[in-house]
Every structure is written in C-alpha cells, then in structure tokens.
Design a binder for this molecule. Sequence first.
Ligand code: SF4
Length: 304
Amino acid sequence: MKKHYYSYNQYLRKTFGVRVHRLSLDAGFNCPNLDGKLSSQGCAFCNNKAFSRYTESKRKPIKQQIAESIQFARQRYKAKKFIAYFQSFTNTYADIQTLEKKYNQIKGFENIVGISVSTRPDCINKDKLDLLDKFSKDYKVYIEYGLQSVHDKTLEKINRKHNFKAFKDALELTKRYENIHPAAHIILGLPGESKQDMLETASTLAQMPLWGLKIHCLHLVKDTTLAKQYKKGQIQLLSKSQYLDILIDFLKLIPKNLVILRLVSDANPSQLIAPKWLNQKSKVLQELDKKLEKQDIWQGELVG
Ligand code: SF4
C-alpha cells in the first residue's frame, strides 16, 4: 500500500539509498527549563527520564553510546548507515566549545551520514548554527525545534517558557543555512486545545520554511505536572479514534514535501501512565494507513 504521507523512512531511502537508523544519544546536556534559568519545573509533559536511556549516573561516553547503538541497529534492523541524533534535553544549551567537543564525537564512525540536534527555539543563535553548518561538508545536518503548538496560551499552560515568536525567529535564522534541515515537534491533544486550534497549528506551520514535522499525541508519563492534573481529573486525553481523526485532517493541511518524522511516539512502558494505546504503535499506524487509503486522503491535499 502506498503511503499517503511522506514518511521519514521514505525520505531516508530516497536520500541515502540504504537502510538508515537514527542513533538516539544522551550527550549530557541540561535544559534551561529544568536547571532554574527559566524554571525548574520543566514543560508540563516532560520527564526526560521517560525517553532517555541513560540516567545521570549511568550515562556512557558519547562514543560508547554510538558504538553500542550501531552494533544493535546493525543486528536488529540491518541498518547500513546512521544518523547521530542528539536527543535528550536541550542539545544546543552550552557554549560553542562544549557543543563542538560533543558533536565532534561522531567523527571517525565511517557509517554515520548525518547529525540531528534536538533543541528549544530559544537556545539557538548564529554561532551555533555556524558550527552545525560546518558539519554539512561531511554530513546531512538536521535541527529539531520543540514547539508543540503555535498558540501562546497553550505554551503558557504547559510551561514551555518561550512563545511562538521565539520559534519564528529561530526558523528565520535557520533558513539562511541551506544545508541545515529544520523540523518542528508538535503535540496534539494539549490541555485546552480544540480540534480547530490544532488544525490552526497545521495551517500556520504549512506557511513556514520547514523541512520536517514530528507529531505526537499527548501522553502522560510519571512525575510530570500533567500526570498530576490527570489524576485529579483536570485534563482529558484524546482517544485513539479522536487522535486519528485530528491527524488525518492535520495531514491534509501540511505540504506534500514536508517529511513526517513521526506520528506516534514511543514511551517507556514503565513510565507511561496513559493512554495505553500508545504502545501499540504499529497497530495504530496500520489503522491510520487503512483510513487514509479508504477515504483517499493525502498529505497536502488542501494546501493551495
Ligand atoms: S524543553 Fe525539552 S527537555 Fe526542557 S523541560 Fe521542555 S521538554 Fe523537557
């Protein structure tokens, strides 16, 4: 069945011609929304332990993480090439020398073909982009900005501690670098957002200079502000069918050439509180594919 959206796997195949796997790295960065610079509470949905494989005391050196992950992905996924993905916390939140030292750890692994850096839009500047741009001589370079919603009222509610303008500014700066591919992270189902609000996020982002989008359904992990609110009955989560319904309309509104990095997130089962359907990722994606096929809906079909 032909995919009705431009999946990340399709992009990787088209770009590199072989099976490529992203190596998720925890390079020991912090986050200004956790270390007290902006706040010490973090975003209301964030418990970095839930998506990081390495706790503070057990964090392995970056080169060791890379070597072990390559070995694992070769055996498990038959991957041939790799993208080093600086994923945990805020991966541009340090001085240039520290960033360079950490990013340089990927050098010397001959099958690494790309570097991807996940960060906050308020933690980027020209010097940091210049540094990433230097990597584009030898690697494909990607930057992922956590945004979650284009609505400032929502960003405030979830304690992001930056507004939509910060994202627009980051993207304006990034677009000067033709070899840096920018993506945004979006969450559907955030507290207080209607379907209309979420679709406004889609149509707003459709106008922006983005290469990719990572879309998640709001899920709750232990020890987060939203998990506490959920237990008190103060917030509701989307059901699987509500999520798929919104997602389908969302996909119609975003350009065909935007790479969809993810549509259903992974959560560590020992940390996940709800919704439990999240951990049936492949079933959910199959269900989405069937709905798109049956209704003959395609990514970008409403983009003029
Ligand atoms: S910016 Fe990222 S790492 Fe920092 S608190 Fe928010 S989700 Fe967590």
